[in-house]
Ligand binder design. Structure first.
Ligand SMILES: NC(=O)c1ccc[n+]([C@@H]2O[C@H](COP(=O)([O-])OP(=O)(O)OC[C@H]3O[C@@H](n4cnc5c(N)ncnc54)[C@H](O)[C@@H]3O)[C@@H](O)[C@H]2O)c1
Length: 325
């Protein structure tokens, strides 16, 4: 099967996208990286030049349906992973732009695939736990597969719209899809936004600098490489239907994150701190329904994820690709 696969990853120059592209390149699978940006720094962080040269990069806007269609056909795409989006802080001053990318972009992708359903059996797309409010957790403990979702941000509302649209595209046009709802993401390439702080703290420790994580309490963290594996496994599953799944990563208190960094980099002891309000997000998720589709989920322990991330940052600092100043 792998020999006939040709993947399109939208938002491929972002954090989860770069890890997804890296995994596919390691497997020798042809992959088209579709992104509105031209900055390949995250791909460079995760791949050497030879690996990068095997990626077909298409610079394009997901709101452009005809370009999407051309790309799907020019590369005879068989598998689609849709990650392109504007994240929470990125459209604060321009909500209509957020809706264009996160909602219209999603419709475009579903429409383009619906017109090629014979070749492309399903779409795997990133939703988000932002569809939930903390009070959606059953008995205030965990979000279950069928927990109701009451988003409190426009970002969550746009993601919920994409989930609803996926259901209707299956009902009306037979387009299968799997939506995945990551919580917060950790790993090289996670470099902006509030919840990038744990990754930025590891980079600071590698550079011998102090760093403050501006929130506290428990949060649910996925290692970016685990997410890449889950997105790819879903794309390869024989799943038919339109379902959205929660995922289970690692639940960590920010103090545990700081202690883990300090235990891996003893000289950072005392220079990495955390304080502030806790994230108003549920911190535990039941992922049994997703495991029925793709089997046990990869869940890299926090210490291993921190150690791998530190090693990657240190090698890039040593090579001068990450500057110490
Ligand atoms: N990072 C998280 O904590 C998190 C949590 C839950 C869900 N998600 C979702 O996962 C997906 C990937 O997130 P990420 O962390 O890799 O984000 P990211 O911001 O690192 O990557 C998103 C990518 O989408 C691209 N993009 C933006 N607008 C585009 C457009 N109009 N056309 C084409 N490309 C465009 C950006 O250039 C960027 O490379 C997103 O859908 C996001 O909403 C992320």
């Amino acid at each position: 099967m792998a020999g006939s696969e040709r993947f399109l990853v939208t938002g491929a120059l972002g954090c989860i996208g770069a890890w997804t592209v890296r995994r596919l390149v390691h497997e020798g699978v042809p992959v088209v990286a579709f992104d509105a940006d031209a900055d390949v720094r995250r791909l460079r962080l995760l791949m050497d030049e030879a690996q990068l040269s095997r990626v077909d990069i298409v610079r394009g806007d997901i709101t452009n349906l005809s370009l999407l269609e051309e790309t799907l056909d020019a590369h005879r795409i068989t598998h689609v992973i849709h990650l392109a989006a504007l994240l929470h802080p990125r459209f604060r001053s321009d909500p209509p732009l957020g809706a264009r990318v996160n909602v219209l972009g999603g419709v475009n992708l579903f429409e383009a695939v619906a017109r090629r359903a014979q070749r492309i059996p399903r779409i795997v797309y990133a939703s988000s736990i932002a569809v939930y409010d903390k009070s959606d957790a059953a008995d205030d403990v965990a979000i279950m597969h069928h927990s109701p979702a009451h988003p409190t941000t426009l970002y969550g509302v746009f993601k919920q719209a994409e989930e609803a649209m996926a259901r209707v595209y299956f009902q009306d046009r037979g387009v299968s899809s799997i939506g995945l709802r990551p919580a917060t993401v950790f790993g090289a390439g996670r470099d902006y936004g509030l919840t990038a702080a744990p990754t930025q703290a590891v980079l600071a420790a590698a550079l011998g600098r102090p760093f403050h994580i501006p929130y506290s309490g428990r949060s649910h963290v996925h290692y970016a490489d685990d997410l890449a594996r889950i997105f790819i496994a879903c794309a390869r599953s024989g799943y038919r239907g339109a379902e959205v799944f929660n995922m289970r990563g690692v639940v960590a208190d920010m103090r545990d994150v700081v202690e883990t960094i300090e235990s891996v980099v003893p000289r950072a002891r005392g220079s990495i701190t955390c304080a502030g309000p806790s994230l108003e997000l549920p911190d535990d998720y039941d992922a049994a329904a997703l495991e029925q589709v793709i089997g046990p989920l990869p869940r890299t322990p926090l210490r291993e994820a921190v150690t791998e991330t530190l090693a990657l940052f240190r090698s890039k600092i040593a090579s001068g690709e990450i500057r110490e100043t």
